[in-house]
Each structure stands twice: as C-alpha cells, then as structure tokens.
Design a protein. Structure first.
Length: 358
C-alpha cells in the first residue's frame, strides 16, 4: 500500500519566467464586427436588430446585389463581435483562435459560418482577418407549448485557427541593450534576489533592481550573444520568492487562504456556539360532552437552548501558520467561525498580516 503523498523532492524554487514578464513580450487584444450566416432560423430578428439589417444590406451591395429596395426578412443571419489575442512575435500568415459572440437577439449560433471579418487593435489598424465555421459548446431547444431547455451558451462559440495574421508587430528584442523584467507580484526582496541570481550567473552588473516591481537586465560588454540568448540563459534560473503576510477571505463561500509568513502574538481564543430551538406543537382542545363549548386549536411552544462546549486555548506569540491552524482546528471551528476569529484577531492587533476580504 502506497502512501497518500509521495516524498517531496529537493526544494526547487520557481523560475524567473514564472514570476516575471519581459517588457515587450506581450499579447495584443483584437476586436472586430462581423456577420454569421447559415443559421437555421435562430439568427437575429431584422425588425428588432436594425444594425444587422444595415450590415446585411451593405454586404449585399458590395457583392453587387441591390437590396436597398427589398424587404429583408430572414432569421438566418446574426451580427456578432469577434475577439482574439495576437501573440507576441506572431508572423504574417500565422493563424490564431477567435471567439465569436452574438450581438443581437439571436437564439443560437449553431451551424453558423463567420464571413470575412477584419480584426483591429487599439490603434484602429487591421492586424488579422477571421472567417470560418463556428464550434458551439451549448445548445437550445424549445417546443410549441413554450417549454424549452438550454445547456451551455449557444450564442457564443470559437473558431480554432480561424484568423490569419496580416500585420506583424515589430519588436527587435535581439538588438536591445537593456530589457526590463516586470514582477507579477512586486516585492523588494524578490526583485533583489532575481537581480542577484542573474549577476551570479552572467556576471556583475548584468541586472539591478530598479523598484519592487521591475528588474533591469543589461547585456554586459563583450557578451558573446545577443539579448535573445541572454534571456534564454536567465529565464530558467530558479529564485526564492518572498511575499508579505496576507490572509485572503471569501465570506460568500467560507474559503480562507493564509500565507506561510502569517504570525500571531500571544493571545487566548475561546469559541462556542449558542443554539436556540423553538418548536411549535399545536394541540386540539375539545369541550366536555353535552357542553356549549367549541373545539379550538391551542398553541404549545417548546423552547430548547443548547450551548456547545468551547475551551479557552492559549496561542503563544510568534507562532507559525501551521501552529495557528492547529490551534484553530483544536477548537473545532468551522471555516465561517475561523473567518470571524481571524477578523477578531486583526481587530485586537494580535495578528501580523494583511487581511483581504473578497
């Protein structure tokens, strides 16, 4: 019989690439407006969606069909918003995934085909063009009596590799002399450790902590490679990450997450629950035989008070997270009771940690 948890390997900290982002190496968000055709009567109602009618008429005009005088009355078309993320260093001609979401009152996009849709960035320039059949994860069905069933979201779908990149975002990382590393969780100690770890590997002066959220990486004079080779050399270096003492509480679900650096001062904790139960047991009161009385229902109330036994537990000062949790578990507290206890400890100034309530 094997143990439930295998023996942990030797300590290995996170890599630099897991705790910091490299300046300029980022995605860019794209958005576009388009039409989905081929819907089996589940598209937009042109009477209630004038933008769909205008877009359909304009598309037909571009294709040489005069639809300005016609009475467009179809529910096989839907106006949609198309979104995508342009990966860093995406080359022209590569493909990216797109997400398609209904904009009007379409009931479902199942079986639809997205027509050519330009995707623009924040600078209003077109960076990709999307087109293709949609893959919908949900469905919706209804009957003539008004009953219906819906599973998932039938008005949103994806097109895998549905957009072609038409414009590249140029960033010459190889020719850079300096590059900034942005820490995902800013911390003075972590930034200093990253800089020291890089200097120990590459050489003195290769990195310096500019502030708690960034480390400046410089290519040393005489370094045989460019910035790409330098980044590839240091991004897999392991570093010990430090973080402030913090307790995160989600009161709606009763979840409590505590960091390992949480410490408490000497304090005594008592916890007990008082339960009051009120029961109504009505009984029927009947008059004596041959009397002029009436049968009535009289109330009868039962009251019960129960208080759980809770002792006073002394927690010594400077204890670790494990000791704090063990002490609270010894009281038999529930997660919601633990939230109240932690907030009371913070109010008493006995806990050295930041409490964040979600």
């Amino acid at each position: 019989m094997t143990a439930p948890f295998a023996a942990a390997p030797a300590w290995a900290g996170p890599r630099i690439k897991d705790v910091a982002d490299f300046e300029g190496v980022r995605e860019n968000q794209l958005v576009g407006y388009g039409l989905v055709v081929g819907l089996a009567g589940t598209g937009d109602s042109l009477r209630n969606s004038p933008f769909t009618r205008q877009s359909l008429a304009a598309m037909l005009e571009r294709l040489g069909v005069n639809a300005s005088q016609g009475n467009l009355n179809t529910r096989n078309v839907a106006a949609v918003m198309v979104t995508a993320n342009l990966p860093p260093f995406a080359s022209q001609g590569s493909r990216i995934d797109v997400t398609v979401s209904a904009l009007g009152d379409a009931r479902s996009l199942a079986g639809g085909q997205l027509l050519v849709t330009p995707l623009m960035g924040a600078d209003q320039m077109v960076y990709a063009v999307a087109q293709g059949p949609l893959a919908i994860g949900g469905f919706s069905a209804s009957g003539q009596s008004g009953s219906s069933v819906t599973r998932g979201v039938p008005t949103a779908g994806r097109i895998a590799s549905g957009a072609l990149v038409e414009r590249e975002i140029h960033f010459d990382i190889a020719g850079q002399q300096e590059l900034r590393l942005a820490l995902r969780n800013p911390d003075f100690t972590t930034a200093q450790r990253i800089a020291q770890r890089i200097n120990d590997t590459v050489g003195p002066g290769a990195a310096r902590a500019a502030n708690p959220g960034s480390v400046v990486l410089s290519r040393p004079p005489g370094y045989p490679g460019d910035m790409v080779s330098l980044v590839g050399r240091i991004e897999n270096l392991e570093v010990e990450v430090d973080s402030p003492a913090r307790i995160v509480i989600d009161e709606s679900s009763g979840i409590v997450v505590m960091g390992e650096n949480v410490r408490v001062s000497t304090v005594a904790i008592a916890q007990g629950n008082l339960t009051i139960s009120v029961r109504e047991n009505p009984f029927v009161s009947q008059p004596a035989p041959f009397s002029r009385g009436e049968t009535v229902v009289a109330p009868q109330t039962g009251l019960e008070v129960q208080e759980d036994e809770g002792g006073l537990v002394m927690v010594p000062g400077g204890v670790s997270l494990q000791s704090l949790v063990n002490g609270l578990n010894a009281l038999g507290v529930t997660p919601r009771d633990m939230i109240a206890i932690l907030q009371a400890l913070k109010a008493a100034g006995a806990i050295q940690a930041e409490i964040e309530v979600m």
